[in-house]
Design a binder for this molecule. Sequence first.
Ligand code: 4NP
Length: 147
Amino acid sequence: MTKSILFVCLGNICRSPTAEAIFRGQAQGRGLEIDSAGTSGWHDGNPSDPRASAEAARRGIDMSYIRSRKVVPADFERFDLIVAMDAQNVRDLQAIQPAASRAQLVKLLDYTPEIGLSDVPDPYYEDNFPEVLDMIELACGNLLASL
Ligand code: 4NP
């Protein structure tokens, strides 16, 4: 049974903390452990990108409590499911995945075959936060329904 879920992107300031906050709201009362992390560690200890938290706040979602952290090999023992935002995240995660790891590694858009995209675009560069949040809300809802 899936009880703990970690969302992962590159910086852990745009896509994965947004997924963490959205999913936490959707999964309220389900008793799941939910967290997010980044493959890079570039923004360790920093709050999320203000463009992400502003778009989330417009939708009634609080991201102010989230601080960026780097993903660690122990996350593969702590979490049942690790949800990457794109194919590069998957490669970076596989590079640190312990041989006997128990976590299942998937991509968020595996849950939205209907939109025909396999990677969540990086809004840090593309500045398309509303579009990315729509995508993350849809995919997180489908992920929750799949559990
Ligand atoms: P994220 O976006 O992986 O969705 O958090 C990025 C955040 C920061 C950087 C790149 C992507 N950066 O180059 O600092």
